[in-house]
Design a protein around this ligand. Structure first.
Ligand SMILES: C[C@@H](N)C(=O)N[C@H](C)C(=O)O
Ligand SMILES: [Zn+2]
Length: 249
C-alpha cells in the first residue's frame, strides 16, 4: 500500500506519528468475519462519555485490521462452547474522533455525562490518568474495546438515565455484558484490570477475558479492563483518519 503522509507531528514524548486518510485494503468489517459477535458501538450513539455521536462515526460499524480480526476469531472460537461471545464497544477510531475527545475535554462546563462515566475523576484529568489518549491505538486499527456477553443476548436500549458506572451491576445502566465490576468507559480506578474491590465473579470474568485475549496475542491496558491492542499490529506508527462505515469483503 502506498502511504500518503498527510501530517506528521509530535505524539508526545518526542514520538513522531503519521496520519493517513485512506483506508488500506486489509481493514475488515468484523461483523462479517465473526457472525455471532455483538456490536454496541457507543461513539456512534449518545450513550458515551461525550453524550452525543462522536465525529467520524458515520455508521455503527466495527473495523479492524485483518491480523487483529484473525486473532479475535480465535477468542470467539473458545467462547462459543461456553455459551458466550464477544461484544465490541469500539474498534478502529478515526483520529478526528480522538480530536473530538480532546475538544470535549477542553470544555470544562460540559459535564452532562459525568454522573455515569467519570463520577470520581475530574474531566481535565482524564488524559493524564490514562483513560483517554490524544493519539490512540484504536486509530492504528488493531485495538478494540470489548466485553463478554451470552450468545444471542439482547443489547438493552438506552433511555437517557445515568447511573454510576462503578456501582454494583444491578444499579448501573443496563448492559447485557457479564459483570466486570464496572461498566464500559468507566473512568475510575475500579476499571483498572487488577483492582481488587470487586466481586469474585467480576474478577473471574476479567481473568477469563485477559487470558483469552492474551493467548490470542493482545496486550491489555493497565487502566481499562475492556481495552486490548494486538501486539504484532501491522501499522504500529500510523494513525488513520477515514470515517467509520461498513466495508465490503
Ligand atoms: C476512551 C477509551 N474507550 C479508550 O479507548 N481509552 C484509551 C486510553 C484510548 O483512548 O486509546
Ligand atoms: Zn479502548
Amino acid at each position: 500500500m502506498m502511504m500518503c503522509m498527510l501530517a506528521s507531528a509530535s505524539a508526545g514524548a518526542g514520538q513522531d506519528f503519521k496520519v493517513e486518510r485512506r483506508r488500506p485494503d486489509n481493514f475488515v468489517d468484523v461483523a462479517r468475519a465473526i457472525p455471532k459477535m455483538q456490536f454496541d458501538i457507543r461513539y456512534y450513539s449518545a450513550h458515551n462519555f461525550v453524550g452525543r455521536r462522536v465525529h467520524g462515526y458515520e455508521q455503527a460499524a466495527c473495523l479492524l485490521t485483518g491480523p487483529a480480526v484473525a486473532a479475535l476469531k480465535k477468542v470467539e472460537d473458545q467462547l462459543l462452547p461456553m455459551g458466550l461471545t464477544l461484544k465490541a464497544y469500539d474498534c478502529y477510531r478515526p483520529q478526528s474522533a480522538v480530536d473530538d475527545f480532546v475538544s470535549w475535554a477542553a470544555d470544562t462546563q460540559d459535564n452532562r455525562m459525568q454522573a455515569e462515566f467519570y463520577p470520581s475523576v475530574r474531566k481535565d484529568r482524564l488524559f493524564e490518568q490514562g483513560y483517554i489518549a490524544a493519539h490512540s491505538g484504536h486509530s492504528r486499527g488493531s485495538t478494540i474495546d470489548l466485553t463478554l456477553v451470552p450468545v444471542n443476548s439482547v443489547i438493552p436500549g438506552f433511555d437517557g438515565r445515568l447511573a454510576d458506572c462503578a456501582a454494583p451491576q444491578e444499579k448501573r445502566v443496563p448492559d447485557n455484558s457479564l459483570d466486570f465490576g464496572t461498566g464500559f468507559d468507566c473512568f475510575s480506578p475500579a476499571s483498572h484490570p487488577d483492582y481488587q474491590a470487586i466481586s469474585a465473579q467480576a474478577k473471574a470474568n476479567r481473568r477469563l477475558l485477559q487470558s483469552l485475549m492474551g493467548s490470542a496475542g493482545f496486550v491489555p491496558l493497565e487502566t481499562e479492563w475492556w481495552h486490548f491492542t494486538l501486539k504484532n499490529e501491522p501499522y504500529p506508527d500510523t494513525y488513520f483518519d477515514f470515517p467509520v462505515r461498513p466495508v465490503s469483503p
